[in-house]
Design a protein around this ligand. Structure first.
Ligand code: FNR
Length: 394
């Protein structure tokens, strides 16, 4: 912080070595209101810590003198080949972390040969995003019933998005007290103190506030997929309808001709039911601990879900991935690829597209080093034989 608590300092990317460094720097750069949204979670944040701690319960098996000249990090997931086993998961209002939000993130994903999943409440419209994309990115739907869902699905399809994630863990919003405490909402609740806090982040304020197109996209509404006005309407009706059931998912399966994934599954029976309906995969997720506190850590339920699904469909997972070694553990326990949420928002907050690309650089490097030190030549070789319970965590 500079004089009077004003944040003006730029940080050299070479000083940021890990995703934790990015987190610390992002926290400094964002007004409290935005930080509470990006980094916060439900109730007492128990699930947020559990997601992290689950990775600490595993160690690697290592084999020496494996003789691999290079490691292959590519995977086949969601109907495409990804150069690294990490997808940028859907996050709403990415434009709050950096004004070009979704577009900066998807360009960084393209630089790394992977994909960005565009949220229903993205900051840029699906058509704007399609114009900027070099490849087919993914679409995330908060299921609505009837015409609204059909029109969102049509728009995504016409924009070239052939893979859809239906997020099912938001029948109502989780209790995120941090957001309420700092006035984050639609619209935000501003007080003189909060405005002063925003003013203390002049770079953020200039970038985000001035770049938001007045009328078309305001800080309060964002929600570009459906357009600002429609988005307010969706918000006021609740993003998800708690009345939705498996018949609605079957309806989506019938209507959506591309790959279809259910995101937010923590129970093997739900995973099996989704696969029985013909879905292409499940995303084991607790929404990054933002919905129900005291849901199990995703890594802990991953093996049972992977067993239940078998090779009938893909299994992706997210929640707490902050190191390349975490990615390796998730793949060894049965995931085909992982998603990250907050880490790329930290990247956006610190340095826009380059920040996200650097976050992916760090993860790629860490995965590569981990595999090399384990004696593994490709992520395709990973299975449960490569990890063992960590003795000191028992
Ligand atoms: C999310 N997530 C999310 N998921 C979704 O399906 N649609 C959405 O619009 C959002 N929005 C959103 C906003 C923010 C600020 C965050 C942090 C997360 C959840 C996201 O896709 C993912 O499941 C988690 O973020 C994964 O956990 P980590 O990587 O953040 O620990």
């Amino acid at each position: 912080m500079g004089p009077f608590g004003f944040d003006y300092r730029l940080v050299a990317p070479e000083k940021l070595l890990s995703l934790d460094d990015y987190r610390r720097e992002a926290k400094r750069r964002l007004p409290k209101m935005v930080w509470s949204y990006v980094d916060g979670g439900a109730d007492d944040h128990v699930t947020i810590s559990d997601n992290r701690e689950a990775f600490g319960r595993w160690s690697f098996r290592t084999r020496v003198l494996a003789g691999h000249a290079a490691r292959d990090l590519s995977v086949k997931a969601a109907g495409v080949t990804l150069d690294l086993p990490i997808i940028l998961g859907p996050t709403g209002f990415a434009g709050l972390s950096y004004w070009r939000g979704d577009i900066a993130a998807l360009k960084a994903a393209e630089r790394h040969g992977t994909r960005y999943a565009v949220s229903t409440v993205s900051s840029w419209s699906i058509e704007e995003i399609a114009r900027e994309s070099g490849v087919d990115h993914f679409f995330q739907l908060y299921p609505q019933s009837g015409e609204l869902a059909a029109s969102l699905m049509r728009r995504a399809w016409n924009a070239g998005q052939k893979t859809m994630f239906v997020t099912v863990d938001v029948p109502v919003r989780g209790n995120r007290e941090g957001e309420r405490k700092h006035g984050m909402g639609i619209p935000p609740v501003l007080t003189p103190r909060r405005l002063l806090n925003v003013a203390r982040h002049p770079k953020w304020a200039l970038d985000v506030l001035l770049h938001q197109r007045i009328g078309g996209r305001s800080l309060a509404t964002t929600g570009g997929v459906t357009g600002a006005i429609e988005s307010i309407e969706i918000q006021s009706r609740e993003l998800m309808q708690s009345t939705l059931d498996w018949d609605d998912l079957a309806w989506m399966r019938d209507k959506w001709k591309g790959n279809l994934y259910i995101k937010g599954v923590l129970d093997p029976e739900d995973a099996t039911r989704a696969v029985d309906l013909g879905l292409d995969g499940v995303v084991v997720s607790n929404h990054g601990g933002r919905q129900l506190d005291f849901t199990p850590a995703t890594l802990d339920v991953l093996p049972d879900i992977a067993d239940a699904v078998g090779d009938r469909a893909e299994v992706l997972m997210d929640g707490g991935v902050r190191r390349g070694s975490d990615v390796v553990k998730a793949l060894a326990l049965g995931a085909d690829a992982v998603l990250i949420g907050r880490p790329y928002l930290y990247g956006l907050a610190v340095n826009g597209e380059d920040g996200v690309a650097h976050v992916l650089d760090i993860l790629r490097e860490e995965i590569d080093t981990t595999l090399a030190l384990m004696g593994v030549g490709s992520v395709a070789e990973l299975d449960r034989s490569w990890i063992v319970p960590r003795a000191s965590a028992a």
